[in-house]
Ligand binder design. Structure first.
Ligand SMILES: *[C@@H]1O[C@H](CO)[C@@H](O)[C@H](O)[C@H]1NC(C)=O
Ligand SMILES: *[C@@H]1O[C@H](CO)[C@@H](O)[C@H](O)[C@H]1NC(C)=O
Ligand SMILES: *[C@@H]1O[C@H](CO)[C@@H](O)[C@H](O)[C@H]1NC(C)=O
Ligand SMILES: *[C@@H]1O[C@H](CO)[C@@H](O)[C@H](O)[C@H]1NC(C)=O
Length: 458
């Protein structure tokens, strides 16, 4: 590179750097500044400014697309301040703005500024579909945040006064001004309100809605009926209780005795109980209960209510329960009475009472008549017996069952051996029989063949 060329390059570099620093005489740039969003009926200020070195004087005109002049050209002597224009924001103010600057005999047009007129939000209210928002589990629900006025809106939702945030929209579907739930669950119940706001970056305005209560109802399930016995003032009563596992209160429980309504109770719980007086030898009545709500009626199973004294022969059955390896895993003893509606049971092992196993149907529906021994060790071997009497007759005498013996588990081993030996015997017998059959068949088949052969020889 020669010295002349080097000089040229330096000059060019200097020129470029000066041009960049000053904006250069040939490239005057003009900037229009102002807000992008403005609320209706407010005042905003637009400013028009020359960037770079200030010229001695300039003339400025504010314009709106398309070529509507907002101001007559204003002149200013050096140094020119930004030219200002105050604008009252009206509905028709929405649009694009620019300014034209004339300086040193040149006319420069500024950038274009978009102005959006924003209507401040007001009058937010909440609307639900369905209305009122009381629905069954699994159904859908939608809430809408309506406003009387407002533009450029965003919505914030509150459930039980806690903001509903985006990551949890697995259970809520937020879209536009709505909050929807496809399948209602209990966790969706509670209060809701929304807040609508002008989403324009600065100075948002808010409007909060009224609060509404969302209720999620459970379908009522079939009531379960249970009967226990209780004594009051030396009289006996059946406690007939009805209970639904699920449902929304209030529920009306109706007691039906032999098909007729005998009593009813409106409850704020999912259960109710009724008393029915009992006397020994009374006529049998069929008890049933019905759970009712405004939308459903469900009947329980029926149960015969009677009061019969324990009596007749008493038997104790024994069953050994095996696993797949033919090992005894449990022994089931069942005390079987011929009649009696409210028996009390006592169990004896080696002639002494098993206190923890005695049980009465007076207070519970347990399987008092079954004794299950799940720990089959020598300690639990021995003799077992059950004693039964009426639970409502304190001084009645105990009926006694036969005594059964619970023993070790050598029984199943024998069974396998016996089965194995029997199977072998059967197999041998089968083989011998088929062998004999085969011999007999071949014997009778040989005869004609032999005759045919001898005929041929003739
Ligand atoms: C949310 O609602 C919108 C509009 O109703 C729908 O298009 C979208 O599929 C819904 N999303 C879910 C996850 O339910
Ligand atoms: C009847 O049974 C119900 C439920 O099992 C129980 O809450 C109630 O106390 C019982 N009433 C009497 C008098 O035993
Ligand atoms: C009961 O008697 C049997 C033998 O008859 C014995 O093996 C067992 O250990 C006895 N159990 C108890 C708890 O006395
Ligand atoms: C049961 O017997 C005791 C004394 O043996 C007596 O005091 C009590 O009154 C009797 N109870 C009934 C219900 O008969």
């Amino acid at each position: 590179m020669g010295s002349t060329e080097r000089l040229c390059l330096i000059v060019v570099i200097l020129y470029i750097s000066q041009t960049v620093a000053r904006g250069g005489p040939g490239s005057v740039s003009v900037v229009l500044r102002g807000p992008e969003y403005a609320y209706l009926n407010t005042k905003i200020r637009l400013s028009c400014e020359i960037l770079g070195s200030p010229p001695p004087s300039a003339t400025c005109q504010f314009m709106k697309v398309k070529n509507i002049s907002l101001t007559t050209p204003q002149k200013s002597s050096s140094p020119p301040q930004p030219f200002l224009h105050d604008l009252k924001v009206m509905t028709k103010s929405t649009g694009e703005y620019y300014c034209i600057m004339t300086t040193l005999g040149k006319t420069v047009t500024s950038n274009i500024l978009h102005l959006y007129v924003v209507i401040p939000v007001s009058g937010a209210s909440l609307r639900s579909v369905p209305s009122p928002p009381t629905e069954f589990k699994g159904s859908s629900m939608a809430l809408f945040c309506d406003v009387q006025k407002g533009s450029h809106l965003s919505y914030t939702w509150f459930h039980n006064r806690i903001k509903v945030t985006a990551p949890s929209s697995v259970t809520y579907n937020l879209s536009g001004n709505s909050l929807t739930v496809d399948r209602l669950r209990n966790l969706h119940a509670g209060t809701y309100y929304c807040s609508a706001w002008n989403d324009i970056g600065l100075n948002p305005r808010y409007s909060s809605s009224n609060e509404i209560q969302v209720a999620v109802k459970d379908y009522l399930t079939v009531p379960n009926l249970s009967v226990t016995l209780f004594k009051e003032n030396s009289k006996y009563y059946a406690n007939i209780s009805c209970e639904s596992a699920q449902g929304t209160v209030p529920v009306t429980f109706v007691l039906l005795l032999s098909g007729r309504e005998a009593d009813r109770q409106i409850t704020n719980s999912l259960s109710a109980w009724f008393r029915v007086a009992l006397v020994v030898g009374m006529e049998t009545v069929t008890a049933q209960c019905r759970a009712e709500t405004s939308y459903r009626q469900l009947n329980s199973d029926t149960r015969n209510i009677e009061m019969v004294s324990v009596g007749g022969p008493l038997h104790l059955h024994i069953d050994y329960l095996y696993n797949i390896n033919w090992e005894v895993v449990a022994v089931r003893l069942e005390c079987h009475i011929s009649r009696g509606t409210f028996p009390s049971y006592l169990w004896l092992h080696n002639n002494s009472f098993m206190t923890q196993r005695s049980c009465s149907t007076i207070s519970n529906d347990l399987q008092c008549h079954v004794l299950l021994l799940t720990d089959v060790t020598p300690v639990h071997f021995g003799h077992y017996q059950c004693h039964v009497r009426d639970s409502f007759e304190e001084n009645s005498s105990w009926l006694q069952s036969d005594v059964v013996l619970v023993e070790g588990a050598d029984f199943p081993g024998n069974v396998i051996e016996v089965i194995a030996v029997a199977f072998c015997c059967f197999l041998m017998l089968a083989m011998i029989t088929s062998l004999l059959c085969l011999l007999w068949l071949s014997g009778s088949a040989v005869q004609p063949q032999h005759m045919a052969a001898s005929e041929h020889h003739r």
